[in-house]
Design a binder for this molecule. Sequence first.
Ligand code: HAM
Length: 416
Amino acid sequence: MSKLQPARGTHDLIFQEARKHLHILEVSRELATQYGFDEIETPIFEHLQVFTKTLGDTSDIVSKEMYVFKDKGDETLTLRPEGTAGVVRAFLSNGLQRSLPCRFFYQGPMFRYERPQKGRYRQFHQIGVEVLGVENPMSDVELISMGQVLFERLEISEKIFLEINSIGDADTRRRYKEALVEYYKKHLSSLSEDSQRRLQTNPLRILDSKDRKDLEINEGAPKFAEHLNSDSQKIFAYVQEALTQLEIPFQVNPKLVRGLDYYNHTVFEFKTTALGSQDAVLSGGRYDSLVEMMGGPGTPGVGWAAGIERLCLLLDKAPEKTRPITLVPVTDEAEKYALKISHELRQKGLPIEMTYSGNLSNRMKKASKINSEVVIIIGEQELETETLTVKHLDSGTQSSVKKEELMSKIIEFLSK
Ligand code: HAM
């Protein structure tokens, strides 16, 4: 039987889950259009190098979570673990450096070999936005504010809070890393095994360790803010002032460093306390060296991505399915006529369902089970008199109409 179950960490989207997912896509697509984004769709698999250098060899994603495989032509390919590197690859492959700034919205599945738990899957879906070619931190604020509006439109903003930080420029990070290494070396034997390893590979990552021993040591660790140079300080101050002016509540979390190598300056996460340890709902930041890292000309970038499954978990209920108008034909001849009527009504944009078997009473039960608002009954008598019986199920009102009057009767019943 186990072969009939979905692979570990994957799930099917059906009924309510599918409707929640679609609702999030519709709301975010509309928002992206209002913010002037073009939708981009990049391939689900890419060459391995698209992710290795850019996300960082020592990042969790590259070091242990990627699905890497050889295809039959011996190419090493990777199921995309995230969207940003693929969007930047597409930006370069398509020579878009000449059309800056570029503003892209994307959505689709991502793949990470993680330990599955509530809100954490091996195949999950993201919506994301990337802005390329704008250095002004105005765009950092614009994107954060867009995240806030998304939560408001999904009516989940009370469950979410915003944390921001600055990880400065390359010079800041180099000096800060040195200070961290010096500090952690003094606590080496008390650090978790993972963090002892990170001290060699990427000491910044110790700061977002969830290990209890590390958490204590992190309390006394040097703070990024103390190492920011004046340019980085100015940018961070601007972001905070602009957020305050927009009345977007936020907290500065000095330990927020994000797990990927491509970030600099502003990083942010919208989090929730409703999902246990999987608390990040929408995360992102600035990445001014990523295009260069991938071999392109220096081009600043900033963006975010949100996990659709985590957003779904925060939605109280799925949007209701539109109530259909259901055809109830009760003879073979009536079924053929019902096909014609259903085609005409669907062409007019109405949501039409059909009943396929049973007598009048069975079919009426089916129509009410699928929450029909109106049914159209076609029996022998209706065929003889060239009429249709239209019934409004909530009120029980029923009326016999000629075909030409059908549409106006439906409209009358739907506005009840
Ligand atoms: P990330 O923080 O790795 O950033 O992922 C973004 C969001 O994807 C997270 O906040 C979370 O909601 C969701 N997510 C991540 N992993 C999982 C998982 N295993 N299961 C379910 N949901 C998950 C990025 O991916 C960056 N590309 C974001 C970005 C865009 N930065 C700049 N531009």
